[in-house]
Design a protein around this ligand. Structure first.
Ligand code: SF4
Length: 371
């Protein structure tokens, strides 16, 4: 793994795989004995050898999470604006060749959806589109940001990768954060599952978090879609990508997401199995590696797992999510990107968090801090 000042370079997975799989129980004990977690320690904590130390790793992750974030959990909701997409990602319900009903919200319809979320108590909304710049480009996103920014404390986007000047425009319009997941850092698998469209360009996507941070975004989220390639290698590269970004963009806050593949139109089967235990180990390892990173556990995961993980590493949960445009104003959820695993409302999620002795935090930022 190379870290230099201009680009982030991803090694081949076979090299990473060998390193991770050669770790021993004594490596794990040594890693847990150190105050600061190095890149090699991260590889160790992700290794098969670490599986028998999972209770100790979970305890360390919980201790760090409480120390850095207190007994709090941030809450947000996605707001799907458009399901049009020009790419063909084999695993996604919005892929261009899937025959699903497509919809793009008008600016007024987006405001109505946002009003519903606002009335439910959300202060942080993630605006999501497929990747179809001709349908939902920067002008459209800019207009929506201007209309919604006074209603919410934080507006994030998860849309097609943009250029730095386009992110700067959106930041000025009221967007505070960008989420862009590499899906897989395994170039071989990346080429296999990205069948057509601009998303086939691995490096353009890889450099997107840096462009968003350079544009001044307050927060940038990275992640890997689990179920495409070896999760241990994905975790190691995620950690390295995060460390590279932190070193270069020290003013920016960073988050990491761990989306596991969910059922979707197209009926793609995961290429590798990632169990709840695997996902837990990955989350704990990332927490120990970077004590300050925000870790997101979305409604892709089921209620039982999300409840059990509270306080152990994740710091942000989505709630009451619908993954189809217009899904909050209607009971008709046809055309979803994927089906969610936890269907509880924000009220139910907040009650669960409170019952477990934590504070749900809907607002952790105020626009007056934004110059
Ligand atoms: S993952 Fe994103 S880019 Fe790929 S098909 Fe789905 S919406 Fe389009």
């Amino acid at each position: 793994m190379q870290i230099n000042d201009s680009t982030f370079s991803v090694p081949g997975f076979p090299e990473l795989y060998d390193n991770i799989n050669n770790k021993s129980a004594s490596d794990v004990q040594a890693a847990l004995g150190r105050d600061q977690c190095s890149r090699e320690d991260l590889a160790t904590l992700l290794s098969p050898a670490a599986e028998s130390f999972l209770p100790q790793i979970a305890a360390r992750s919980r201790q760090i999470t409480t120390q850095r974030f207190g007994r709090t959990t941030q809450i947000y909701a996605p707001l799907y604006l458009s399901s049009f997409c020009v790419n063909r990602c084999a695993y996604c319900g919005f892929a261009a060749d899937n025959k699903i009903p497509r919809r793009k919200l008008t600016v007024e319809e987006a405001e109505q959806e946002a009003e519903i979320l606002h009335k439910r108590g959300f202060q942080h909304v993630l605006l999501v589109t497929g990747e179809a710049p001709a349908k939902a480009g920067v002008d459209y996103l800019e207009e929506i940001a201007r209309r919604l920014k006074d209603k919410f404390a934080a507006l994030s986007i998860e849309v097609q990768p943009l250029e730095e000047d386009e992110y700067a425009r959106l930041f000025k319009a009221g967007i505070t954060a960008v989420a862009v997941y590499q899906e897989t850092y395994d170039r071989v698998v990346y080429d296999q599952v990205h069948l057509a469209g601009k998303k086939c360009d691995f490096d353009f996507r890889l450099n997107t978090p840096a462009r968003a941070a350079a544009a001044g975004m307050r927060e940038v989220g990275i992640g890997a879609l689990l179920g495409l390639s070896d999760w241990r290698c994905e975790g190691l590269v995620l950690g390295m990508h995060l460390a590279w970004l932190r070193k270069r963009f020290w003013q920016t806050g960073f988050t990491v997401s761990f989306p596991r593949l969910r059922p979707a139109a197209g009926a793609f089967s995961p290429l590798v199995n990632v169990s709840e235990q695997n996902l837990s180990q990955l989350i704990f390892a990332l927490r120990i590696f970077d004590p300050d990173v925000g870790l997101i556990l979305s409604t892709r995961e089921e209620q039982r797992f999300r409840d059990g993980m509270l306080g152990l590493g994740p710091t942000r949960y989505s709630a009451g999510s619908c993954t189809a445009p217009g899904g909050y104003s209607s009971d008709e959820h046809e055309g979803e990107q994927f089906s969610v695993g936890d269907h509880r409302s924000i009220t139910e999620i907040c009650a669960m968090i409170t019952d477990k002795g934590f504070d749900p935090v809907c607002k952790d930022w105020d626009r007056t801090f934004q110059a």
